[in-house]
Design a protein around this ligand. Structure first.
Ligand code: PEP
Length: 251
């Protein structure tokens, strides 16, 4: 059966000392307690190596927030999937709406990033989600389906390694959460598209996370839905207590 996963996305927050302290606090709070989900933190690239040094991988997975679409070479300032993997990280967020919106990342670039992440042994956390206008004009199911379909050039073997995160853009950092029913409907839509392309077994095994103002107070209801397999957590991942509160929603 598919895994339940709670993953934090720290975005461009915390300086090194704060980030290492937060990671150590999350790790310590999780250690020794059996939770019914995998827990991952995706941290700024500058923090990967030192954070890797203070966490216990049995307890807490480590990921990056982005990787380059290029393998290596003259791309000043970029960070490759191989570099990320060499830090000890095992996950990489790809296609977060902030990257699509502010950095103009296209489906073609996101596929290239996904392939490089996979080639380097990283698990992609591939983000999809509609903007408010698309929610309001009723096109949201098609929009998100087509974002997921961009990945359908992957082989079954590769697609089976991907985690999908549905993050309605209007709910990210706004305090406005999708209702559990809205999340369930979209997750079922995404799983249906995966089933059509890759069949029942892969569709059933794919973890689909919800993201968008998820917090301890609403996580339990969201995660109780059959197609919601956990969360990608922004703001609430920046405090160990609230992040652990979300993890505990699976207990
Ligand atoms: C995110 O950016 O992935 C996210 C879900 O943010 P927030 O939880 O702050 O809405």
């Amino acid at each position: 059966m598919r895994k339940n996963i709670v993953a934090g996305n720290w975005k461009m927050n915390t300086v090194l000392e704060e980030g290492v302290e937060l990671a150590a606090n999350v790790n310590d709070a999780l250690k020794g307690n059996k939770h019914n989900c995998d827990v991952v933190i995706c941290v700024p690239a500058t923090h990967l190596v030192p954070v890797n040094g203070v966490i216990d991988h049995e307890t807490l997975g480590l990921g990056a927030e982005n990787c380059s679409e290029h393998e290596a070479g003259a791309y000043t300032g970029e960070i490759s999937a191989a570099m990320i993997a060499s830090t000890g990280a095992s996950y990489c967020i790809i296609g977060h709406s902030e990257r699509r919106q502010y950095f103009g990342e296209t489906d073609a670039q996101l596929i290239a990033k996904t392939r490089l992440a996979l080639d380097n042994g990283l698990t992609p956390i591939f983000c999809v989600g509609e903007v408010l206008e698309q929610r309001e004009n009723g096109t949201y199911n098609e929009v998100v389906k087509s974002q997921v379909e961009a990945l359908f050039c992957l082989s079954s073997e590769d697609f089976a390694k991907v985690i999908v995160a549905y993050e309605p853009v209007w709910a990210i950092g706004t305090g406005k959460t999708a209702t559990a029913d809205q999340a369930q409907d979209m997750h079922a839509n995404i799983r249906g598209a995966i089933r059509e392309k890759y069949g029942e077994e892969i569709a059933d095994a794919t973890s689909i996370l919800y993201g968008g103002s998820c917090k301890p107070a609403n996580a339990r209801e969201l995660f109780s839905k059959p197609d919601v397999d956990g969360g990608l957590i922004g703001g609430a991942a920046l405090k160990a207590d609230s992040f652990i509160g979300i993890v505990e929603a699976f207990d």
